[in-house]
Write a protein that binds this ligand. Sequence first.
Ligand code: DD3
Length: 331
Amino acid sequence: MADSAAKREIDRAEPENISLRVKRSKANDYNGRGEVERESESENILYGFKTSKVLSDSAREKNIFVHGQLADKEAVVILEKTPIREDTLADLFSGSRLKLEMRNDIYSTYRLQAPHHLNEIKTTVVCPATEKHVKKYQRQESFLVEETWEDYQSITLPFIKQQSFSVQWVYNILEKKAEADRIVYEDPDPKVGFVLLPDFKWDQKQVDDLYLIAIARHRDIRSLRDLKSEHLPLLQNIFKKGKEAIMQRYNVPASKLRVYLHYQPSYYHLHVHFTNLSYEALGCGVERAHLLADVIQNLQSDSQYYKTRTLYFPLRAEDGLLSKFKETGRL
Ligand code: DD3
């Protein structure tokens, strides 16, 4: 990610970020304003970005997903405005320029130009992006699919196997080849171990939209459908230690957390989502999220629970799996 320079400057501006007790890594320490400025100019990898299409945007979520080319490679760029934090208000009020828009009676509106360090846009770059990445962010209609165990075996499983959507980034995290400095907690046990770290959807500036993922060390569990009672120690370990680590690091108690799995997941390596209960994360709705607490209980009462149940989930119009369900007359 190309946000290290920007992060560094934020860290300098708020050496004691009290809203969030995040342990600072060496890489995030500020090392001189001039250096930060130079770095952000020379390392603007988006300088030559050629937009080909806006895939989707949301006025409410204040984000935009753009498809384009970056040095002749396909790329997807996601821009998102982040929440305004209470601990930045003093700087915002004292360090901004105001342009009056209108005045009427006791009312007036302005365009406020925030100081540099409060004028950031969270940016995610996927490059080179595949056709699948582009489709993933294209605004699409959704359809609810009904998947019996037989459907899973004859339609979904073959599709997943043939897709081989790379989870290299997951292995990089497990092997500490990437994001090692972002790890919040890890349990090295090969069977019940996992790595807990912030999902990159979360900018970690405020706990209001807290979003972490626990990635299992075990590499052969594709999704909810693979889970059996033999995996209970793993699931219970993630549940217990994940909540404890989040309490320790972020001071957010278990009663404020939504802990769940997706079905279908966006990548087929077992992972668990930890999000702030007061934040409606994308994909936390009943049609896709399965509370870890429920998953554990279901497996406790029936080891084969997820091999017997019909599961329901939404698929988007362009999803290859949807075509498979259509072909077999299941939609
Ligand atoms: C992904 C789901 C996956 C595009 C995009 C995101 N958290 C990740 C790589 C590193 C990460 C994540 C796939 C991919 Cl925009 C394609 O998400 C990641 N690192 N969700 C973290 N910490």
